[in-house]
Design a protein around this ligand. Structure first.
Ligand code: PLP
Length: 357
């Protein structure tokens, strides 16, 4: 079937930043993908156009009631020169789950995948080559109807932008100190926590600022009812290794189903590591830290892949894992996933090549 996507190329291409000048989410490639939805018409006009500002009415729904969803995934330039998207189907499927929760129209996953493929292909010169670097894809849907009443909007825009990102440390990032919050909640039972939506990020900022002021990098979110069970760390899923077993909270409507979380659990099971998806109380971490069985803690997410946690601050006590250093399983997971991402280890289901058209 011929592609319905139209392409308008930028007349001048901007200089691509050097790898050493890359950070996260500050620079954007030459083009973007747009597609619009109107009730009665459905999704229409999929197109790649030069990267530019949008025109939005001040009355656009998204600016008032936050009907906005997004996702985040990466493409990597392999040691063999091949560009690979990591688990793009899982991200497209999650975008649709977020859309459903926010009362937005479903997107055709094939078009979403094609938007990833075509835009990355067209802007492939923006993908840095150094190991550890990548290009980040940010697919987003916003409500564009000009209307101040409270109900789901009748028009939307899907857009996709690309941002080259720099390398973290060679073996993943350095261990972080995180603060368990008893006073603030990211998401509650029955709420939006399982959707990747702007509102969850807005809800997280205040507690994150308090944590930064006291010298911690991230917040360890506990459940919103008892403030006792682990949920997530910052914007990552959390895993702990205690007495040889890996524990992680089960998915629920207050936890985002991370693609990295799923990848890690599947690798651990294939390695024969014992894994339990069950509620993990902060008291259990405290007891393990005190009796010396708290072996490793890490967060999982697209940005850092595996982010080692050296210390949890809890009621004035420092709960320390592995002397505050990244543990062996943390490193093994980081190495295994990045090997698949850069094509050094084959994985046909997880790494999708972006073939030049
Ligand atoms: C995006 C996100 C994650 C990580 O998901 P990945 O698919 O692994 O990138 C975890 N928690 C929250 C709250 C998120 O928004």
């Amino acid at each position: 079937m011929p592609s319905r996507i139209t392409v308008e190329r930028a007349s001048t291409l901007r200089p691509v930043p050097a790898a050493k000048d890359l950070s996260f989410g500050t620079q954007f490639s030459d083009h973007m993908f747009l597609m619009d939805y109107h009730e009665g018409q459905g999704w229409h006009d999929p197109r790649i156009v030069p990267y530019a500002d949008f025109h939005l009415s001040p009355a656009a729904c998204v600016l008032h009631y936050g009907q906005a969803i997004f996702d985040g995934l990466k493409a990597f330039r392999g040691d063999d020169g091949v560009v690979r998207l990591f688990r793009p189907e899982a991200h497209a499927a999650r975008l649709n789950r977020s859309a459903e929760r926010l009362c937005m129209p479903r997107l055709d996953p094939e078009i979403v995948l094609e938007s990833f493929q075509r835009l990355v292909d067209i802007d492939r010169r923006w993908i840095p080559t150094e190991r550890g670097t990548s290009i980040y894809l940010r697919p987003t849907v916003i409500a564009t109807e000009n209307f101040l009443g409270v109900r789901p909007a009748r028009s939307y825009r899907y857009f996709l932008i690309l941002s080259p990102v720099g390398a973290y440390y060679a073996e993943g990032s350095a261990p972080v100190r995180i603060l368990a919050s008893e006073d603030h909640t990211r998401a509650v039972r029955g709420g939006l926590g399982a959707a990747k939506t702007a509102a969850n990020y807005a809800a997280s900022l205040y507690a994150a600022e308090l944590a930064h002021k006291t010298g911690y990098t991230q917040v360890l979110w506990l459940d919103g009812v008892e403030h006792r069970y682990l949920e997530e760390v910052g914007t990552m899923n959390i895993m702990v290794k205690i007495g040889g077993k890996v524990l992680t909270p089960p998915l629920s409507d207050s936890i985002l189903a991370g693609v990295t979380r799923d990848s890690v659990l599947s690798l651990l099971r294939s390695w024969g590591v014992e894994v339990e998806e069950r509620p993990v109380a902060i008291d259990e971490i405290q007891a393990a830290a005190r009796n010396g069985s708290l072996e490793e803690i890490w967060g999982t997410g697209t940005a850092a892949v595996i982010s080692p946690v050296g210390e949890i601050g809890w009621r004035g006590e420092a709960l320390i894992a592995n002397d505050g250093k990244a543990g062996p399983l943390t490193r093994r997971l980081y190495d295994a996933i990045t090997a698949i991402q850069y094509g050094a280890a084959a994985h046909n289901d997880w790494a999708m090549p972006v073939l030049p058209r």
